[in-house]
Design a protein around this ligand. Structure first.
Ligand code: KG4
Ligand code: ZN
Length: 333
């Protein structure tokens, strides 16, 4: 089964071809720059950039893989959750091509794409496992029994982890998207200089990050923001998020009685989070799996992979264009 994957849910155009026997054949990614002046993603600009990029990028991956349209068995596209206009671009192109090429099509849930991204790596988990999904829009702990069987064990009651990184970075005057910039500054900072809160740490599996952002705003108001202070606030903030994610992940593993943890989504690219969890896993006897950092953030490879698994199970969409801004993951089967 050879699948073309199309990701256009936010500000990244990701196109890839995955082959169920040979693996990933090609993947291209375009990260939109058009939003940097606005400090956040402007939906209309995102849609327009996807319109410009999608077809040339599809041509690019097809050429790189040396494939003709006859050799594609199915097209997988992100159908939600995300920005509706941006999703519509990918869905419309996917359905038009599937009609023209006479192949199958499958609508993919963006977070299922993230969740399965570690399967693209050599060191991959086997079902069942617990997944910590931490992106710009979601923070969730999910018990994954098998493909399509997802139980949300806990989630953020306010800001997502990535959103907290982005908002805090903005308060510190760092460029958008803030997460990676903040993480870089944190490398040169003292994580113990500011005692930021770890909300809900001792309680259950839900997360709350909005109070943390307020605590950072208060610290900024009381400080002179020189280079070192920015680095120290960044490091102290990052440590507070990581401590919370770690405690909740360990609790989820214990409650699910599992020994495999998958980290996925944009915040999963955070080096300190990755190394801290891997070290703990070695000490405490559980295994940690991640996608390579490039496949933590949005990409077409994860959509091609997830779509391929669903096509192999018999999925095939009607020739309709349906996208969803919101799409609870436990509605997936
Ligand atoms: O998964 P993703 O690309 O998009 C969504 O599905 O939301 O995640 C993007 C998020 C952004 O909030 C970004 O700041 C964050 O992931 N992020 C990071 C890092 N790289 C990306 N956060 C912390 N450390 C990083 N290295
Ligand atoms: Zn994403």
């Amino acid at each position: 089964m050879r699948v073309l994957g199309i990701e256009t849910s936010c500000d990244e155009t990701g196109i890839a071809i995955y082959d169920s026997r040979a693996g990933l054949l090609a993947h291209h990614l375009f990260s939109q720059k058009t939003h940097s002046d606005y400090g956040g993603v402007v939906p209309e600009l995102a849609s327009r950039d996807h319109v410009r990029k999608v077809l040339p990028m599809i041509e690019g991956v097809m050429n790189e893989a040396g494939l003709s349209s006859k050799e594609i068995d199915g097209i997988a596209y992100t159908a939600g959750p995300g920005l509706v206009g941006a999703l519509m671009v990918g869905a419309t192109v996917a359905q038009s091509l599937r009609f023209a090429w006479g192949c199958k099509a499958v609508a993919v849930h963006h977070m299922e794409g993230h969740l399965l991204a570690p399967m693209l790596e050599e060191n991959k988990p086997a079902f069942p496992f617990v997944a910590l999904l931490v992106s710009g829009g979601h923070s969730q702990l999910i018990k994954v029994t098998r493909l399509g069987e997802y139980e949300i064990m806990g989630e953020s009651i306010d800001d997502a982890a990535g959103e907290a990184f982005d908002k805090t970075a903005k308060l510190l005057g760092l460029p958008y998207p803030g997460g990676p910039h903040l993480a870089k500054r944190a490398m040169h900072g003292n994580p113990e200089r500011f005692a930021f809160p770890r909300p809900l740490l001792n309680k259950g599996l839900d997360f709350s990050f909005s109070g943390l952002k307020t605590a950072v705003a208060n610290a900024i108001a009381k400080s002179i923001l020189d280079e070192q202070t920015v680095n120290d606030i960044a490091a102290s903030f990052e440590q507070a998020v990581i401590d919370t994610l770690i405690v909740k992940s360990l609790r989820a593993l214990e409650m699910a009685q599992m020994k495999q943890l998958v980290i996925a989504g944009g915040v999963g690219a955070n080096i300190k989070l990755r190394t801290s969890l891997s070290d703990l896993g070695e000490k405490q006897g559980f295994k940690v799996f991640y996608p390579r950092p490039l496949f933590c953030t949005d990409n077409g490879a994860m959509i091609a992979y997830a779509g391929c698994q669903r096509l192999l199970m018999g999925a095939n969409e009607d020739l309709k264009i349906n996208v969803r801004a919101r799409w609870p993951m436990d509605e997936l089967r």
